[in-house]
Design a protein around this ligand. Structure first.
Ligand SMILES: Nc1ncnc2c1ncn2[C@@H]1O[C@H](COP(=O)(O)OP(=O)(O)O)[C@@H](O)[C@H]1O
Ligand SMILES: [Mg+2]
Length: 267
């Protein structure tokens, strides 16, 4: 049984990137994320939403420890990620998994679906060839894909099927936290809804926690328990999806709501 409490906490997290400039000129670094503080309760979905360039992916990458904060701490299961040694980092990489927008990023075009899903098990030396194959079938089943797809290549699949494979691969090592960065953004609305439903089912079944990153408030409303609205690297508004939708406090949030297709009819 996994412990209660927060799976992740961001404490005053800031990320600055150096800015290239003309020789001998001093350029101020660019602040992509500024003083972000929020927590993700175990088994819940916390969304970060905002326009393109607002710092969402940089936030996701710091939670995945693909980037380190310039200031502040990312705390996973009570431990500051900055303090992890090699062995702990390897274990962290099992417990936290990403799903990105473009499954071609995580699925090698030359690998069969089965090989892509089994790869994390091989990297972490979990099981034998036979138990890995059985696990691949189990994972395909969990994401509601026929096990016959194991021998196919990514280009033979639809966009929705590919994203299901990316989710199956992310689940292979039984992670606690899945970081989804625009994971349904490339899909049409019908397929989006199917994937969101699958994610909700998997959460209920496996007790997963999700950090759900999207520019699309309509999608965020369907999946999240709590929403943080990001603008220019800052969290400018936080709340439940219903309060964000029904009582947006910021002009910026109202603009994001107005950008939802059909919003002028629905509201
Ligand atoms: N490695 C990097 N080096 C320099 N600037 C970066 C880097 N990564 C992101 N940025 C900048 O930080 C800002 C936020 O980017 P990002 O986190 O990708 O936003 P979002 O995911 O919300 O679109 C953007 O202006 C982007 O150009
Ligand atoms: Mg992004």
């Amino acid at each position: 049984m996994i412990g209660v409490g927060n799976v992740v906490e961001l404490r005053g997290v800031t990320k600055k990137f150096p800015v290239r400039s003309a020789p001998f000129r001093k350029a101020e670094p660019f602040t992509a994320v500024s003083d972000a503080t929020f927590s993700l309760p175990r088994g819940k979905t916390v969304a970060v939403v905002g326009e393109s360039g607002s710092g969402k992916s940089t936030t996701a990458r710091m939670v995945l420890k693909l980037e380190d904060p310039t200031r502040g701490q990312v705390v996973f299961d009570g431990v500051d990620l900055a303090t992890l040694d090699r062995r702990e980092l390897f274990e962290f990489r099992r417990r936290v998994q990403p799903v990105f927008q473009n499954p071609y990023g995580s699925l090698d075009a030359r690998y069969t679906v089965g090989r892509s899903i089994a790869e994390p098990l091989q990297l972490h030396r979990i099981g034998t060839r036979a138990t890995q194959d059985a696990r691949v079938n189990e994972l395909l089943d969990q994401v509601a894909l026929p096990t016959a797809l194991a021998s196919r290549l990514p280009h033979e699949l639809s966009g929705g099927q590919r994203q299901r494979v990316a989710i199956a691969r992310a689940l292979a090592l039984s992670p606690e936290l899945v970081v989804l960065d625009e994971a349904v953004s490339a899909l049409d609305v019908i397929v989006q809804a199917q994937i969101l439903e699958l994610l909700a089912e998997l959460q209920a079944e496996l007790g997963l926690s999700y950090l759900f990153i999207s520019h699309d408030l309509a999608v965020v409303r369907m999946i999240s328990h709590e929403v943080h609205v990001m603008q220019h690297g800052r969290i400018v508004e936080s709340g439940t999806p219903d309060t964000i939708f029904d009582q947006p406090q910021q002009e910026y949030t109202r603009a994001l709501l107005a950008a939802i297709p059909g919003s002028e009819i629905a509201r």
